[in-house]
Design a protein around this ligand. Structure first.
Ligand SMILES: [Zn+2]
Length: 468
């Protein structure tokens, strides 16, 4: 408690090293670390600035991965074949021979509206009106996407019998003529869940190696989160680090449409191997444990920012560019684009959320009796973050900015144990509880085969590589 009430920032914000490198780092960071919300392929761009060749080589995989999500919507039979139970309408939308004039497929083009699409198949404005007024849900037919396929079935006299459209690999909608207008139906496909194995060796970035191994961006984030208590993915990753995992793959008609949970994984970081197994306990709660049942979860996550870059290391003496004095820099700086979310390192109570002298917008969290973390120079606070409130580990508390004594957007992060500043990067973190002894046997029944399977997959893969 006492240390927060003392006079403001004895420590620094921006630093000589940072000052020289910050502009370059930030422009790099902007390319490399888009916000987490920005999924998809763009986030891979320029992750490997130091290796253009490797990047170019990845283009193909990237394209094919992207194309998964905009698969030909014409394959509507895929939906009907695998859809569950009460799909009596299914047969009606299976595409008849192409020559059938009563069956028309229109691909939505730029500028199309439902009205222009209807006109293309010779349907009147009156029909359109009837369709749109047939139900509340039918109105969502007006939300067309370029490339979306609308499949019409017409009666011999050219009247609308049914309309079917696939919105995604897992979802399609259908409109069918009924006694009193049209009935609307949404179909959700339940994908088959299979497991898949991937292995990769890091050459220059986790993301590129993961992509080379066939992992999506979100799966790679999941992998990083699983090991996020042991490995600082902003600082610790080295060339030659290795990962392997078994994960769930969602498949519809032989085609992968998404991924599920990581079931087990191994990550070798700087020669040390960490293991992880996903386990759902008897109460139905899932979390990750090491292969022998130790909890992966710890009281603190290593990096309070996702994949940010550190602009300077912990040190004890440094010229402060703003105060022009040597100050101990009792924290770690993570340079990242303005607006990058900052996460609470652990569960705790917010001692302060507000202006705090040279720290600018700062949050101080008390974790139990011994630990305290501080986050400075924030652009702003996350909703609901205020002094006296509680936070959960990983909860977003604010966003990176450059308020207070700071020369560029970064998070200044401090870690105190019993009121003494320590280097968060070198801290041995307190462990959470291991698996309950009553569930240990059940856990090992799951863990052992998964580890054995990874061993087997890996040796098969290595043997194949050696044959080439
Ligand atoms: Zn700092």
């Amino acid at each position: 408690m006492t240390s927060t009430t003392k006079a403001p920032p004895l420590y620094p914000k921006s630093h000589i090293l940072a000052a020289s490198g910050v502009a370059a780092l930030l422009s790099l960071a902007l390319l490399v670390f888009p916000s987490r919300e920005v999924e998809a392929k763009k986030t891979y761009l320029n992750l490997e600035l130091d290796n253009g060749a490797e990047y170019a080589e990845q283009q193909d995989g990237l394209e094919s991965a992207a194309s998964l999500t905009r698969q030909s919507p014409f394959a509507s039979t895929a939906v009907t074949d695998t859809s569950t139970s009460d799909e009596s309408q299914a047969a009606q939308v299976a595409p008849p021979p192409e020559s059938d004039p009563l069956h028309r497929i229109v691909s939505v083009e730029n500028g199309d509206t439902l009205s222009t699409v209807f006109a293309k198949v010779g349907l009147s404005a009156t029909t359109l009106h009837t369709v749109l007024n047939s139900s509340k849900e039918a109105k969502q037919l007006t939300r067309l996407k370029v490339g979306q396929a609308l499949e019409f079935k017409l009666s011999a006299d050219g009247q609308l019998e049914s309309l079917h459209s696939k919105l995604s690999d897992l979802e399609s909608i259908a409109l069918t003529k009924s006694d009193n207008g049209f009935s609307f139906k949404r179909k959700l496909v339940k994908p088959e869940v299979q497991t898949s194995y991937s292995h990769g060796v890091i050459k220059s970035s986790l993301f590129l190696s993961a992509k080379r191994a066939g992992l999506s961006h979100s799966l790679t984030m999941d992998l990083a989160n699983v090991f996020g208590y042991d490995i600082d993915f902003a600082m610790d990753i080295r060339e030659g680090d290795e990962f392997e995992l078994i994960y769930e793959k969602k498949v519809v008609d032989g085609k992968q449409v998404g991924t599920g949970n990581i079931l087990s994984a191994r990550f070798t970081n700087r020669g040390k191997t960490y293991t992880a197994v996903r386990y759902t306990n008897k109460q139905g709660n899932s979390s990750y444990y090491s292969a022998n049942g130790e909890s992966m979860r710890k009281a603190f996550i290593r990096t309070p920012v996702d994949f940010a870059r550190i602009s300077s290391r912990f040190s004890t003496g440094r010229r402060h560019p703003v105060l022009n004095k040597i100050r101990a820099h009792k924290g770690v700086d993570y340079a990242a684009p303005r607006g990058t979310p900052i996460k609470a390192a652990g569960d705790g109570r917010i001692v302060l959320a507000g202006r705090h002298g040279g720290y600018g917008n700062a949050v101080i969290i008390q974790h139990g009796q011994r630990y305290r973390t501080l986050y400075a120079h924030m652009n702003g606070f996350a909703k609901g973050i205020r002094s006296g409130g509680n936070v959960k580990q990983g909860q977003i508390i604010g966003y990176i900015g450059t308020t207070g004594l700071s020369t560029g957007p970064h998070l200044h992060y401090e870690f105190q144990v019993n009121g003494v500043h320590v280097d968060p990067l070198s801290q041995k973190l307190p462990m959470a509880d291991p698996i309950a002894s009553s569930e240990k046997a059940r856990f090992m029944q799951l863990s052992k085969p998964l580890m054995a399977q990874m061993d087997k997959e890996k040796s098969t893969m290595l043997a194949l590589n050696n044959q080439r």
